[in-house]
Design a protein around this ligand. Sequence first.
Ligand code: AMP
Length: 287
Amino acid sequence: MEIIARISRMQARSQQLKREGKSIGFVPTMGALHEGHLSLMRRARAENDSLISSIFVNPTQFGPGEDYKTYPRNMDQDRKLAAGVGVDIIFAPSVTEMYPEGYATYIEVDGLTEGLCGRARPGHFRGVTTVVTKLFNIVRPDRAYFGQKDYQQAIVIKRMTADLHLGPEIIIMPIIREPDGLAMSSRNRYLSKEQRQAALVLSHSLKKAEEMLGRGERDGEIIKDQMAQLIQQEPLAETDYISVVDSDDLTESTEIKGQVLIALAVRIGRTRLIDNILWKDPNSTKI
Ligand code: AMP
């Protein structure tokens, strides 16, 4: 496995792979790898001749007062995990390599970025779409893999890729969870033992929503209310948002029809965690 820090070197390697007629699968990450990341890499490994993954904690997607400085970084461990699932090249540029002095260009996607995490984290998606565009231009992948864990991010990137004719096929993979239901996240490392237990309210509240939908409840407000009540019972948890939205355009669904995304963000101490489920009405004709 090769580790590349320079953009020029990464571009040359990608061009070489293309000349050899090899397809490129790409998994962008911020490192502190876990099974969620590895699941994307395994799928990408199976579907492409070569597999490139990036490890870059992207400063432009963190807001002031967020955890950019403390975000877990563990290159030695990441290197072993990536090699174990057959990554060919890790692209790990420095911040100045990606954003040299005088850097001034940003990509923005309207509409889809306005609700959910976009509302709670102003500027976050502008940072994400900018860095992903840059990474796509450097790596030139045929297919790029993203997790449903960050559902809004994945569909924003899908939209941007189509709108800007960036090229790669975007593949969205299911959420990998711990045995007790907690969605895997690099940020879970911040949690104390008590907080780790309290963090189960996210998946529990989504289970509750799923049960209500199964019993025929179709009022998004009632579902959000019940989820909020469940979260309130956990003293270490504070709700950031709970949303029930159409899974395609992310508009609020008061009356649930077709496929919806139920998504939430909850603070456990200073750690902000997100989780979601997709739910499809069994009577829906929408594919
Ligand atoms: P991150 O390093 O957090 O930026 O995540 C890199 C990629 O891994 C993103 O596409 C995430 O959606 C995906 N990812 C993170 N956690 C999980 C998970 N628990 N299950 C599946 N994919 C995940």
